[in-house]
Design a protein around this ligand. Structure first.
Ligand code: PLP
Length: 522
């Protein structure tokens, strides 16, 4: 900033002093610049601010934010929150002390997703290595498109993606980090369409027959969003039936593909799920792959949630057959707790289809006469221009724990789920929606006043009201957070997710006790 200020001053000084000795002017400029640049390191007042702000981050977000004795959230009604935090942007800037106060308040008034009693989402925890990676990423503020601007991260992304692919069972292939699993799934849809109809890139959907995608009703809603976004249309997403464990039935897939073909439409993609969002179900990949191979369809596996089970020799059987997929979505920001966002889109392809599908060959970034090998400019594989560095936080954690440490984490998460299931069976009031296959533990809590009344006509309508009230109570108390939802004909049930590696058995017992405490008078 100071340098550019002295440049501006130079320009205006030059204008004023027209006709004066040029040499002298040059001298004045260089000493002025030298003086300002040598003082850069000492005198930037914002450096003090940053140091103080980082102290607040360490204290409030990292230490208090993960402390069991502190609240998970400090619930405030929106109108009250507007009064508590001065959101208003003004003409005049505000003092550093006031700003530091805002920083503290922002953290205090936010939900602590790293808290050991935050069970609300498919992500939680605050791994210190990934946080360090995130801080470095932010400080360097680079863009992952060319070797020229991101030399370290181009090579690092390549290594991280290669290692992830090796857990799928692929020795070669391609991939890219995307802004989340939803976008990774959309990449799959676009690449699958391009593979079948490369002319789509230039001619658009008008040049194509009616295209059809297959997935199950349990799949993530991003499949629908992707179909809408890519001009395929949500009417052309056909939902395949699932069995009583919420898994795709390959016979129904076969049947529905045939029906679509008979009508003259073109099926091109099956999006199977490993770890569905609500129940954590794993589709039978072997059976689905058979059908896809028979009909020449692209098999995409959305393993955003379940992909991390590949790291565990005990649990990787859940994804049996995944090596037969054409592409895979895997979100380390979920079960591995890497921090939003970290989502890999991985392909078995070795023909550069990802780049061909998306490349626009912008000449100001991807010059073809560069002084280094162009294979290191990976940015044209992306639909973005500037792209965040998402690999460092995962790489640093992987370096710290090794694959072995990551495997232990995955195993521990599943042990915790098992523990909760066994404890729930010992206690009155907890009723499983189903035996969990993965981490998703879906259950109803039946308060004392409703027990043994399953046959009464209004049982389910009364039970439906329990979860929202319990949720309101836990948030206003700030004691824990867990999500609930209705699903099909099933009334509101809780979905308990334990992925934070800091969670202990005591936290799990607390969760069970607290659920009882919050519901006993209902
Ligand atoms: C979470 C999830 C997604 C979406 O991932 P985002 O990173 O939140 O966009 C997609 N598929 C499944 C199965 C998921 O659980």
């Amino acid at each position: 900033m100071n340098l550019s200020r002295s440049l501006c001053r130079f320009v205006s000084v030059t204008r004023q002093q027209k006709g004066q000795n040029l040499l002298l002017k040059g001298f004045q400029l260089s000493t002025a610049m030298a003086r300002e640049s040598s003082s850069l390191h000492k005198d930037v007042p914002e450096d003090e601010f940053l140091k103080e702000a980082l102290k607040i981050v360490m204290e409030e977000a990292v230490q208090n934010g993960t402390d069991r004795n502190q609240k998970v959230c400090d619930w405030v009604e929106p109108e009250e929150l507007k009064r508590r935090l001065d959101f208003k942007l003004r003409h005049e800037g505000e003092s550093q002390d006031v700003l530091l106060g805002y920083c503290r308040d922002i953290i205090r008034l936010s939900v602590k997703t790293g808290h050991p009693r935050f069970f609300n989402q498919l992500f939680s925890g605050l791994d210190r290595h990934t946080l360090t990676g995130r801080i470095i990423t932010e400080a360097l503020n680079t863009s992952q498109y060319t070797y020229e601007v991101a030399p370290v991260f181009v090579l690092m992304e390549d290594e991280v993606l290669r290692t992830m692919r090796s857990f799928i069972g692929w020795k070669t292939g391609d991939g890219i980090f995307c802004p989340g699993g939803s976008i990774s799934n959309m990449y799959a849809m676009n690449v699958a369409r391009f593979q079948r109809f490369p002319e789509c890139k230039e001619k658009g959907m008008n040049a194509l027959p009616r295209l059809v995608v297959f997935t199950s009703q349990e799949s993530h809603y991003s499949v629908q969003k992707g179909a809408a976004f890519l001009g395929i249309g949500t009417d052309n997403v056909i939902l395949v039936d699932t069995n009583d464990r919420w898994k795709i039935m390959p016979e129904d897939l076969e049947h529905k593909i045939q029906k679509v073909k008979d009508k003259g439409s073109v099926p091109f993609l099956v999006s199977a799920t490993c770890g569905t969002t609500v129940f954590g179900a794993f589709d039978p990949l072997e059976g689905i792959a058979e059908v896809c191979e028979r009909h020449g369809l692209w098999l995409h596996v959305d393993a955003a949630w379940g992909g991390s089970a590949l790291l565990s020799s005990r649990h990787r059987h859940l994804l049996k057959g995944i090596e037969r997929a054409d592409s895979v979505t895997w979100n380390p920001h979920k079960l591995l707790g890497v921090g939003l966002q970290c989502s890999a889109f991985l392909l078995r392809d070795t023909t550069q289809i990802l780049e061909q599908c998306h490349a626009a060959k912008a000449t100001y970034l991807f010059q073809t006469d560069k002084f280094y090998s162009l294979e290191y400019d990976t940015g044209d594989k992306s639909i973005q221009c500037g792209r965040r560095v998402d690999c460092l936080k995962l790489w640093l954690m992987w370096k710290a724990l090794g694959s072995k440490g990551l495997e232990r984490r995955v195993d521990k998460v599943l042990e915790h789920t098992r523990y909760l299931v066994e404890e729930m069976k010992k206690r009155k009031g907890f009723q499983l929606v189903m035996e969990p296959e993965f981490v998703n533990l879906c259950f109803w809590y039946i308060p004392p006043s409703l027990r043994n009344q399953e046959n009464s006509p209004d049982f389910w309508t009364r039970l439906e009201k329990v979860a929202p009230v319990v949720k309101e109570r836990m948030m206003k108390k700030g004691s824990m957070m867990v999500g609930y939802q209705p699903h099909g004909s099933r009334v509101n049930f809780f979905r308990q997710i334990v992925v934070n590696p800091e969670v202990t058995k005591e936290d799990l017992d607390f969760f069970l006790d607290e659920t009882e405490r919050l519901s006993e008078d209902l």
